[in-house]
Ligand binder design. Structure first.
Ligand SMILES: Nc1ncnc2c1ncn2[C@@H]1O[C@H](COP(=O)(O)OP(=O)(O)OP(=O)(O)O)[C@@H](O)[C@H]1O
Ligand SMILES: [Mg+2]
Length: 257
């Protein structure tokens, strides 16, 4: 098999008080691969993304980055490894324009003043590289469509040149056209060699885009699938619990993947 995965989790656990939200989770994401993270509401998907992005660190288990054990205790740990996240709520500032949102917290300065020209130049450069343009860089983000806002949020996450992108339901609020645009963008990022972990409830999106699917059920692994060979029905029964898949560790499945 090729080089070590970009990211692998082994036996990751997370509890909130008495509630075990993630139990013994295994996961692997390789460079140039889109992994769909699936599961019913409350299955633990967003929590897992928060663990990987350092927002709520794991209680137990091992996380490896390119085969090397690492500790992700806070968001800066994840960022330094090259992990970027677009959370379910996007966390954009509606009253700021596109440039302002992209550089919020990492403004470029020149002689102590904000270098608006340089920030705008880089924004144009970045959004051009992402197939879809956002028409008005100086419009407040609240005036953009949901698809454009999603693009801005993804663009912002790409600023630091990440190698792994975590997307929590990026198409949930989007129409057909906008969904296609965001999925095209993810496709392009994979072509550029990024690893992507994509949470989605949309089976069509998953079949169209993902290479592999990982299903969580009640906080546990309930299936690892090669999207090219699995049927939609198999994935769905794994999500609903009609099939209780013996959670197999990714390493045992490598030949099949
Ligand atoms: N901060 C918290 N404190 C206590 N319990 C929490 C907290 N965050 C999440 N949970 C619980 O953990 C479980 C998993 O939540 P999580 O948000 O990860 O699910 P999800 O798979 O992302 O669901 P959805 O598809 O609805 O977004 C839920 O039962 C939820 O109530
Ligand atoms: Mg969620």
């Amino acid at each position: 098999m090729s080089a070590a995965p970009l990211l692998s989790l082994h036996g990751v656990c997370k509890r909130y008080g008495a509630v075990e939200v993630l139990i013994d989770i295994d996961l692997e994401i390789r460079a140039g691969q889109v992994v769909a993270l699936l599961g019913d509401n409350g299955a633990g998907k967003s929590t897992l993304i928060k663990v990987i992005s350092g927002v709520t660190p794991a209680d137990r288990g091992e996380i490896r980055w390119e085969g090397r054990p690492v500790h992700i205790r806070r968001p800066s740990d994840a960022r330094e490894l090259g992990i970027a996240t677009v959370f379910q709520d996007l966390a954009l500032c509606g009253n700021l324009d596109v440039v302002g949102n992209l550089f919020l917290g990492r403004e470029i300065r020149r002689f102590g003043f904000l270098d608006e020209m340089e920030m705008e130049r880089r924004t144009v450069q970045l959004l051009e590289r992402l197939t879809r343009g956002v028409p008005e860089l100086r419009a407040p983000v609240v005036a953009l469509s949901s698809g454009q806002r999603q693009t801005v949020a993804i663009a912002r996450s790409l600023l630091g040149g990440p190698r792994l992108l975590l997307l929590d339901e990026p198409t949930a609020a989007l129409g057909l056209q906008q969904t296609t645009e965001v999925l095209d963008l993810v496709d392009e990022l994979r072509d550029r060699g990024l690893g992507v972990l994509l949470i989605s409830h949309n089976m069509g999106d998953v079949k169209a885009l993902a290479d592999r699917a990982v299903v969580l059920r009640l906080g546990r692994n309930n299936g690892f699938f090669d999207v090219n060979t699995v049927s939609q029905e198999q994935i769905i029964s794994s999500i609903t619990g009609a099939t209780e898949n013996e959670p197999r560790r990714p390493a045992h499945q490598e030949a099949a993947w």
